[in-house]
Design a protein around this ligand. Structure first.
Ligand code: SF4
Length: 387
């Protein structure tokens, strides 16, 4: 007899922040490109495709686990609902596999959303992708949304007809790491794609009827190319008009190849204040006829309130930046530390809690007393804890 609590299926290491409550299923392993200088996620890992039958077996396993959890709920007198008592029982008992626990949490959150991992799933043959998606929709007919990551270069190789077939089979949204719309920046960081390809891929996703989420990376142009990076990225997005523009500011992990260029001085990071100035220029350059929603839901972003629907909320976003830039330098430093330490999520928070403000102010004085560059080093170290 099968012990359902031991059942497991494969999951990859990452997902976008807004997919934290989605069911995660691994469709390919790692990244077929794996060369972007700023990225350390899959650097030691080899890309591989997974066979359609293997993936369908994982989907079936996820289904069996979900059914078993519902049966457990009935047995515990919870009428099939995934309540706190069901969750604590499953999470506190190590006899339940990680997959079992992750399906239980997904049912508990009740999002009905599913994210297909890893980095570039449009690399799968269209016929196989369609087969996998149809099977997923058949086994989980109540899914509200199915999404995946992919690279612009890979998406642009599919025909519009193929993209429509994939949409028809059940894929709703594609997350693309656009990062920059500036060709020299894209070349420098080895993104393996040009601005034109980004536009072509983005338009194709939209024309197929899928929703498009484009990630951009403030700071990626460094001190040498920040202006071109801001202006060209906005220019490319003006031509795509994606549903979502998501900000994910650059941090450079030690294992990312860009770190060596940072050490050698070939790449110079912007300070937090300079990144804010770059984002201001970027938002100012976005056309008033695009209708994307901007989000700043990544922990690496200093100002998570830069969010809103274009064009009507553009002024609000610029106002968030102005409020930050109008702060005295000493308060901007306090905010940076409070934000990186998890105490603040808005510049408004600065003056809500005098005790926290005073504590950080004292800390700033102590760190600054050690030397002229110490406070910047300290802030960078705090920000890097998230990479
Ligand atoms: S395409 Fe994405 S996952 Fe692959 S190396 Fe570049 S940033 Fe990393």
């Amino acid at each position: 007899m099968i012990n359902e609590s031991k059942l497991s299926f494969e999951q990859g290491p990452i997902r976008p922040p807004n997919e934290a409550r989605s069911l995660l299923l691994r469709v390919t392993r790692n990244c077929p490109w794996n060369q972007c200088l700023f990225c350390s996620v899959y650097k030691e890992q080899k890309f591989s495709l997974r066979g359609a039958e293997e993936i369908k077996k994982d989907i079936q396993t996820a289904r069996d686990i979900a059914d078993d959890i519902k049966a457990l709920s009935w047995k515990m007198g919870q009428s099939g609902l995934i309540t706190n008592s069901i969750i604590s029982r499953i999470l506190s008992n190590h006899n339940y596999s990680y997959s079992y626990q992750s399906v239980a949490l997904w049912l508990y959150y009740g999002t009905g959303e599913c994210f297909l991992q890893d980095a570039d799933n449009f690399i799968i043959k269209t016929k196989d992708f369609v087969d996998i998606l149809k099977f997923l929709r058949e086994k989980f007919p109540d899914l509200k949304r199915v999404t995946t990551y992919s690279r612009s270069r890979t998406v642009s190789r599919k025909s519009l007809e193929e993209m429509k077939e994939i949409k028809e089979a059940g894929l709703d949204r594609v997350h693309i790491g656009l990062e920059s719309g500036c060709d020299p920046v894209l070349k420098f960081v080895k993104k393996g794609v040009t601005a034109d390809r980004h536009i072509d891929a983005g338009r194709k996703v939209i024309d197929s009827g899928m929703s498009l989420s484009e990630y951009i990376m403030p700071g990626l142009g460094g001190k040498a190319m920040w202006k071109e990076h801001a202006v060209e990225t906005a220019r490319v997005l003006n031509q795509i008009n994606p549903h979502y523009i998501r900000l994910r500011s650059l941090r450079v992990p030690v294992h990312a190849p860009l770190y060596q260029k940072l050490v050698s001085g070939e790449f110079k990071m912007l300070t937090d204040d300079q990144v804010v100035e770059e984002i201001k220029l970027f938002i100012e350059t976005l056309d008033n006829n695009i209708t994307s929603t901007v989000t700043s839901d990544h922990i690496m972003n200093l100002l998570e309130e830069i969010k809103g629907k274009l064009p009507e909320e553009k002024a609000n976003m610029l106002n968030v930046i102005k409020k930050y830039q109008d702060l005295p330098k000493s308060d901007r430093i306090i905010y940076m530390i409070g934000r990186r330490g998890g105490a603040y999520s808005s510049t408004e928070d600065l003056y809500q809690d005098q005790t926290t403000y005073d504590k950080i102010k004292k800390l700033v004085l102590e760190v600054s007393a050690k030397g002229p560059d110490e406070i910047e080093r300290f802030i960078n170290e705090m920000a890097d804890q998230y990479v």
